[in-house]
Design a protein around this ligand. Structure first.
Ligand SMILES: Cc1ncc(Cc2c([C@H](C)O)sc(CCOP(=O)(O)OP(=O)(O)O)c2C)c(N)n1
Ligand SMILES: [Mg+2]
Length: 543
């Protein structure tokens, strides 16, 4: 019989995990020992638990499967809460494995170190940011508990929580079974597909809007093919930027409402049928829109439900709906293909002595991708994320809805751990929070390229409240620090220096490259400038 630790590791691998991120502590040391000695999954330790969560989240997004974060009880686990909250908000199935006191410690009569209000406070907190939980105190039930929780993570594409008391690591257990995927009711699926196809046939200007769930549930390719078959133009939401990379024949661009390309916004807002697949109906996706929740013209398939007009099909997974639509589409007359106008992205940066504006960074990256091929990207919240909208549609992991800072660099480390080489976009404020995690790249031979937007400012706050002096940050000379933490840093102030530094970074392998781009305070990307104008106009309308 396997031990509970080895059975859990085998189950994680069996459910699609390919690496573990974590920071050990005495309540999880025995489990970490098994992680290291079993070799079942490669593991990456980082410096601060928020980064552990961000890295596991980003690895999960790029793999389209579960990510794994292993932390100690109390101090470690509570440090993790915010990044798991972001994973919950953005539907990333991260498996949190948190150490905990053993049975005898719990009844010792002492308050335990790392304990808060009660020994179970940690479980209570994680119940708020995970969709299912298991506390492994009984060898007889532990395998079934783990199986149930891991299926919940995959089916709901949400984080889950496993509490692993340190006295249970060597308990003998049965292997963890893999529970069958819960299929949709075939009748409901077919009825729903037929109803949607009938609406498409009657519509004059239908459009498809896609968001992160089409990646989370592994149907990105099928959605692109369905759009092609149905002759529908596709736009991504802000949060869904980077989806359907390469499907340029169907993807018209990213919908940003009043902050976006006017033709593209008109394509969506003028549509008489909007099919929203995998869409998070959030303010960051639609706050600058007017009629995206009008049930008369929208179909919303998200969270295992499909809402059409004023009625809902329950427990109908997106993957089943997409396959149902594909199966029935052939019975409907094909529509003349309308892929929308497609976006033009800035290219051909004049590599001259001019100072750099944020949108120049997008142009320089588009030029780099044209020369060397696209790189998977991560971005933090800040103007760097709005600038990313001016980079040609490229795979991207970013906190576009939860909008929590600190994601960008650890997410890049998580993506690099999957074997990809990411390009990371991050502002100086966010880099101050988690950028130092780059110091962990050396021991794992990871070599992300980090473009740091250094405007010595919380610029995204300044655009909304320009009178506040607290938005001024000091210049931390980040590039100078890169060498001491194992990488290569370059500080650039002109467009020529930027283009050259990017070229050198792409050619440099085996160490991280940090390109610190100096930007004037007050300068923003064109996208953020339009977003702020749109947001202020929308706020005026609501008064
Ligand atoms: C963890 C955390 N703390 C605070 C915030 C609020 C916040 C923003 C959002 C609105 O909530 S944008 C921003 C400034 C970001 O500064 P920087 O990284 O330098 O990027 P840029 O200068 O391009 O703005 C802050 C502090 C946040 N989103 N997440
Ligand atoms: Mg800044």
């Amino acid at each position: 019989m396997p031990t509970l630790a080895t059975a859990l590791l085998d189950a994680l691998e069996d459910h699609g995990a390919r690496e573990i991120f974590g920071i050990p502590g005495d309540f999880v040391l025995p489990f970490f020992k098994v992680i290291e000695e079993s070799g079942t999954l490669p593991y990456f330790t980082l410096s601060h638990e928020p980064a552990v969560g961000f890295a596991a989240d980003a690895a999960s997004r790029y793999r389209g499967s579960i990510g794994v974060a292993v932390v100690t009880y109390g101090a470690g686990a509570f440090n993790l809460v915010n990044s798991i909250a972001g994973a919950y908000a953005e539907r990333s199935p991260v498996v949190v494995i948190a150490g905990a006191p053993g049975a005898r410690e719990r009844t010792s009569g002492y308050l335990l170190h790392h304990q808060v209000r009660t020994v179970d406070t940690q479980l209570a907190v994680f119940k708020e940011v995970t969709c299912d939980q298991a506390v492994l105190t009984d060898p007889a039930t532990a395998p079934a508990e783990i199986a149930r929780v891991l299926r919940s993570a995959l089916e709901l594409s949400l984080p889950v929580y496993i509490e692993f008391p340190r006295d249970m690591v060597d308990a003998k257990v049965d292997p963890v079974p893999k529970l069958p995927r819960r299929e949709a009711d075939a009748g409901a699926r077919d009825e729903c597909a037929e109803e949607i196809l009938a609406r498409i046939a009657k519509a004059k200007s239908p459009v498809m809007v896609v968001d992160v769930e089409i990646r989370r549930y592994g149907v990105e390719q099928q959605v692109g093919a369905l759009a092609r078959k149905l002759g529908l133009p596709v736009v991504t939401t802000f949060m869904g930027r980077g989806l359907l990379e390469g499907d340029d024949d169907v993807v018209a661009g990213t919908y940003l409402g009043a902050a976006g390309d006017p033709d593209l916004s008109a394509l969506v807002e003028g549509a008489d049928l909007v099919l929203m697949f995998g869409v998070i109906l959030s303010d960051t996706n639609f706050a600058l829109s007017s009629n995206m929740t009008d049930p008369r013209r929208t179909v919303l398939a998200t969270g295992r439900e499909v809402q059409i007009g004023h009625h809902v099909y329950r427990d109908l997974p997106l993957a089943d709906l997409i396959s149902g639509l594909d199966a029935h589409a052939d019975q409907h007359p094909p529509r003349p293909r309308n892929a929308g106008k497609g976006m033009a992205y800035p290219r051909g940066l004049a590599a001259d002595a001019s100072p750099i504006a944020p949108s120049d960074i997008a142009t320089a990256i588009n030029d780099l991708f044209d020369r060397h091929g696209k790189m998977p990207m991560t971005a933090d919240i800040g103007d760097c994320l709005f600038t990313a909208m001016e980079i040609d549609n490229t795979a991207l992991a970013a906190p576009g809805y939860y909008a929590g800072m600190g994601f960008g660099v650890p997410a890049g480390i998580g993506v690099a751990a999957t074997g990809l080489r990411p390009l990371v976009l991050v502002g100086d404020g966010a880099f101050q929070m988690t950028g130092w995690e780059l110091g962990n790249c050396k021991r794992y031979g990871l070599d992300p390229i980090v473009v740091l937007f250094n405007n010595c400012s919380w610029e995204m706050l300044r655009v909304f409240q320009p009178e506040s002096k607290f938005n001024d940050l000091d210049d931390w000379h980040f590039a100078d620090i890169a060498k001491s933490i194992g990488g290569v840093g370059e500080r650039v102030t002109t467009r020529a220096e930027l283009a050259a530094a990017l070229q050198r970074a792409v050619e440099r392998r085996g160490v991280f490259s940090l390109i610190e781009v100096m930007l004037p305070r007050g300068a923003t990307s064109q996208t953020l400038a339009r977003f702020v104008t749109g947001f202020k106009a929308a706020r005026e309308r609501m008064k």
